[in-house]
Design a protein around this ligand. Structure first.
Ligand code: G3P
Length: 217
């Protein structure tokens, strides 16, 4: 499973990237707002840190304007994936931009039928939002499973990018289903390393080590 980090915080990206945990980055207008930075400038900096796909989202609603914004964002670096919303105009823009050889991440996907359309429009990535479905008492993980089944039935190459991941269990479940990629905030990725039995075991080992009176260095 590829790990994308869902943030525009360059320090957090750099930290995780140094550990080899970052296969790509996803951003959106809310994350750009949170960063307090200019979209072009911060996206360029991120592309200088990470060699994998960096998603940058358009904000236009009409296909021609989305295409123009997508081309401008794609000029930032060769590893930009233009992020387009799953609307009819977004699908039209997806078809054009992928036809030009650009990576496209179709976002705000909440149904298997939407994911089917994105694959047919040539999307490189489809981003089903798990957490936001869970928020309204629907089953976000079932959507990942449905898309996996449908894409496998027909050999679609669009990668399933499990998004809106809020918990470490979301990561486990998405990996079990076979999502190609997950994108999560830095704090969720860091939490993947935590286990109370690890902490407890380490505490015991260190206490026993003290009693030996030995030193390694
Ligand atoms: O990748 C999409 C993600 O940023 C949305 O997450 O937590 O705002 O639903 P969230």
């Amino acid at each position: 499973m590829k790990f994308f980090v869902d943030t525009a915080d360059v320090d957090a990206i750099r930290d995780l990237n140094d550990l080899g945990m970052v296969d790509g980055v996803t951003t959106n207008p809310s994350l750009i707002l949170k960063s307090g930075r200019d979209i072009i400038e911060v996206t360029r900096e991120i592309c200088g840190i990470v060699s994998g796909p960096v998603s940058a989202e358009v904000v236009a609603l009409e296909a021609d304007a989305m295409i123009a914004e997508g081309r401008k964002l794609a000029e930032i670096a060769p590893n930009i994936a233009v992020k387009l919303p799953l609307t009819w105009d977004g699908l039209k823009a997806c078809k054009v931009l992928t036809g030009e050889g650009r990576m496209v991440n179709v976002t705000l996907c909440f149904s298997a039928n939407q994911a089917l359309l994105a694959a047919k429009a040539g999307a490189s990535f489809i981003s089903p939002f798990i957490g936001r479905l869970d928020d309204i008492n629907l089953d976000g993980m079932q959507l990942i499973a449905d898309i996996r089944q449908i894409y496998d039935n027909y050999g679609f190459e669009t990668e399933i990018l499990a998004a809106s991941i809020r918990t470490v269990n979301h990561v486990t479940e998405a990996a079990k289903i076979g999502a190609d990629v997950m994108t999560a905030p830095p704090e969720v990725i860091r939490k993947l390393a935590s286990h109370p039995l690890t902490d407890k075991g380490l505490e015991t080992f260190l206490a026993d080590w003290q009693k030996t009176g030995q030193k390694i260095l």
